[in-house]
Design a protein around this ligand. Structure first.
Ligand code: ATP
Length: 335
């Protein structure tokens, strides 16, 4: 792939605070129009990475580029292309949503007509048209977050970097927010970097994720790839329910090849096996007249993948991922 197709790229990016390696040799390549989730627990180095990409702090070693422009040497060019949504967006509380957007437009040197038209368009897009002329001091967190996205888009950035965009948003608001973020990439071709420790929400919209721990990228790739890497050697756990969800269905589950254990837990049967039994289950259930009402392979979600990477951290591999889809584990420090 040609270099310019990578919208965000870092090479051995490192930041030391005294002895502390906040970011340690980070190699990352994010394509144009991709939604990438940088995931990790508190203190993993996500914010420090973001600050280096925004040209707000200098790397100790290594380099970072956005659309081919060096984040440290060309910070102004980079800032023009990047919109940043911090985890707690600040607005002028006694100004309305629309006035805040106008102000951002002015700061970015946009002509008056562009500001008015764009603000109107964005307020509609983020579902804030009704509250547009209300003071932002009266906004809920979810409303501030939506206005924050509109605010970031005022300068029409190619890249949007978001810090914990889903924090404190209710489930309904979350769905809308996720859809909105998704469209920014799929319909508008923007590149989105989301930094978060909210694994569950993020996995629903990210094309790829990077798992970041103690300054190191321990794994990077599509969620299915990461799941496949960790489940290959482990056991499979399946959650299922059928209509009727009776003892006969339990017996059928027990009779599947390579099943070690079946246990009824509330509305579901939990099936432990040493291979993936879903295909056989589908066939056998159909033959026996059962309709499968619920079927989920546990471990395909990020929480589980994350946990498994940690569990296996002691076992092998001291490599650092290249950001191209292979998963490697850091050697854990001996306590
Ligand atoms: P969170 O999810 O809590 O925001 P994070 O992944 O964003 O965490 P960073 O804020 O990048 O993590 O911090 C990475 C490490 O660098 C932490 O150990 C933190 O204490 C340290 N650190 C960050 N900023 C500074 C600073 N200005 N001076 C000294 N140490 C710092």
């Amino acid at each position: 792939m040609a270099e310019e197709e990578y919208m965000i790229r870092t090479e051995q990016l490192t930041k030391l605070y005294g002895e502390k390696r906040a970011v340690d040799n980070l190699n990352l390549e994010i394509r144009k129009g991709e939604i990438f989730g940088l995931l990790g627990p508190n203190g993993a180095g996500k914010t420090t990475t973001t600050l280096m990409l925004l040209g707000l702090t200098e790397p100790t070693e290594g380099r970072a580029w956005i659309n081919g422009r060096d984040c440290t040497r060309e910070p102004i060019a980079v800032k023009r292309m990047v919109g940043y949504l911090p985890d707690n967006v600040g607005f002028y509380a006694d100004m309305t949503g629309r006035e805040n957007l106008r102000f951002t437009g002015q700061l970015n040197g946009l002509p008056k007509e562009v500001i008015e038209a764009r603000a109107e368009d964005l307020l509609n897009k983020v579902g804030m048209a009704k509250a547009a002329d209300q003071r932002t001091g009266t906004y809920s967190r979810g409303m501030r977050q939506r206005l924050g996205i509109a605010d970031v888009l005022m300068k029409d950035p190619d890249v949007v970097i978001m810090d914990e965009p889903t924090l404190g948003i209710d489930p309904e608001g979350m769905r809308e927010l996720m859809e909105l973020i998704r469209k920014l990439a799929t319909e508008e071709g923007r590149t989105i970097l989301i930094s978060s420790h909210q694994l569950y929400q993020i996995q629903q919209i990210c094309d790829r994720v990077g798992l970041f721990v103690e300054g190191k990228l321990i794994a990077c790739g599509r969620i299915e790839e990461l799941a496949a890497q960790t489940s290959k050697e482990g056991s499979c756990v399946l959650e299922t329910a059928a209509i009727p969800n009776d003892a006969g269905y339990g017996k059928l589950l027990e009779s599947l090849s390579n099943v070690d254990r079946v246990e009824r837990k509330g509305d579901y049967f939990v099936v432990e096996s040493h291979t993936d039994v879903r295909r056989e289950l589908n066939r056998r259930a159909l033959e026996a007249g059962y309709t499968i009402a619920h079927l989920r392979q546990r471990g395909d979600d990020l929480d589980e993948i994350y946990r498994r990477y940690f569990e296996k951290g002691d076992e092998k591999n001291d490599g650092i991922d290249s950001g191209k889809g292979k998963g490697f584990l850091p050697r854990r420090k001996k306590e």
